[in-house]
Design a binder for this molecule. Structure first.
Ligand SMILES: NC(=O)c1ccc[n+]([C@@H]2O[C@H](COP(=O)([O-])OP(=O)(O)OC[C@H]3O[C@@H](n4cnc5c(N)ncnc54)[C@H](OP(=O)(O)O)[C@@H]3O)[C@@H](O)[C@H]2O)c1
Length: 331
């Protein structure tokens, strides 16, 4: 019998395994227009932490006692739609379950990824890379020669943001991450400098890595990282405000940034964005990223956890930093 993960309770602070429950899902008959999809991979993403809270946001909260949702890729195993056939590979938003039943129009048929795992559609050819691409090029308006700082740099979005900046002409790219091993990997994949934010003050380490200051900050972390970036930004610098993961499990407001006044004196641009408003850039991203992958210019990593029963653990580990590159669950 197919299984699913439901929201058992809402976390306060850090989520725990008790907030999730693995249940049998049943196998309902399809109605006209529906398909049944055997999920191959599901994504765990930081934004899901926000959906566990009962607050209004750009996506509705998960409902108590209901299965969780999120990006997934799978194979159609039964179809009552003329638009999709058995065997089609589809991308959709009903992850956290072995099998998904949904209207065919809510499943996007994708081509086999020549040489890449289907999981690529959840990572290097999917939402995280699109977020990096739009954040660097459209939101931060990267200019040739810019010095760029990326926080959360060894993650799905950050590792792509740094490499895309470099491939599009940044002068110097600096990344921060939470372990020495991740820092070494960032240097291997082309970051000019990288530091472990747990090894000392973010500001001191950023100052050393960017003696000429920074022109662009791609913010995945917020808090002390944004605070330090504001100090190191040059006049007319630009910040793509992508996320603030340092605060997602916090029960108290953050200590920083306390220096937002620098936005005025330095004439900075801080611009938030949500990737759902930018899907029209997907073909451009796929064209660029596809070519860079073929030419061996872009490195992507995945951290894969096996089994639906381990999905809650994978999600919690993502928030703790257990992943390098995209965190995924193989079903
Ligand atoms: N605006 C949008 O539309 C959009 C879309 C997708 C993602 N995002 C945001 O982009 C960011 C990255 O997402 P992702 O999917 O690529 O996840 P990810 O970076 O692959 O995974 C999360 C990483 O965050 C780091 N982290 C956790 N707590 C931290 C802390 N207190 N300080 C610094 N780093 C911490 C961990 O790495 P370390 O080992 O380095 O700590 C962890 O691996 C998140 O803020 C997410 O919400 C925004």
């Amino acid at each position: 019998m197919p299984r699913q993960i439901v929201l058992a309770s809402r976390p306060s602070g850090w989520p725990t395994e008790d907030n999730f429950l693995l249940t049998e899902a049943g196998r309902p008959d399809l109605t006209d227009g529906q398909v049944r999809v055997r999920n191959l991979f599901m994504s765990v993403d930081p934004y899901m932490r926000g959906r566990m809270n009962d607050v209004k946001s750009y996506v509705p909260p998960f409902r108590l006692g209901e299965p969780l949702e999120g990006g997934a890729i799978g194979t159609v195993i039964e179809s009552r739609s003329p638009d999709l056939a058995e065997g089609d590979l589809v991308l959709h938003t009903l992850g956290w379950r072995d099998e998904a039943v949904l209207p065919a129009r809510q499943a996007q048929k994708v081509a086999a990824t020549g040489g890449l795992s289907p999981s690529a559609y959840l990572g290097v050819l999917g939402m995280p890379t699109l977020t990096a691409y739009v954040g660097v090029l459209d939101i931060a308006q990267l200019k040739p020669g810019d010095a760029v700082f990326v926080s959360g740099a060894a993650g799905a979005v950050g590792s792509m943001a740094g490499q895309i900046a470099k491939l599009k002409g940044a002068g110097r790219v600096i990344g921060s991450a939470g372990t020495d091993e991740k820092v070494r990997w960032l240097r291997e994949i082309g970051f000019d400098a990288a530091f472990n934010y747990r090894a000392g003050s973010v500001l001191d380490q950023l100052r050393e890595a960017a003696p000429g200051g920074i022109d662009v900050y791609f913010d995945n972390v917020g808090a002390d990282h944004l605070d330090a970036a504001l100090v190191m930004l040059n006049n007319h610098g630009r910040v793509a405000m992508c996320g603030a993961i340092a605060q997602y499990n916090a029960t108290e407001p953050p200590a920083g940034p306390s220096n937002l006044g620098l936005v005025v004196s330095k004439r900075l641009t801080l611009r938030g964005f949500i990737i759902v408003d930018h899907w029209h850039r997907l073909p451009d991203m796929i064209a660029d990223v596809g070519a860079w992958l073929r030419e061996g210019k872009l490195t992507h990593a995945e951290t894969i956890v096996d089994g639906l029963d381990h999905a809650p653990g994978a999600f919690i580990d993502l928030l703790r930093g257990a992943n390098t590159g995209k965190m995924l669950v193989r079903l």
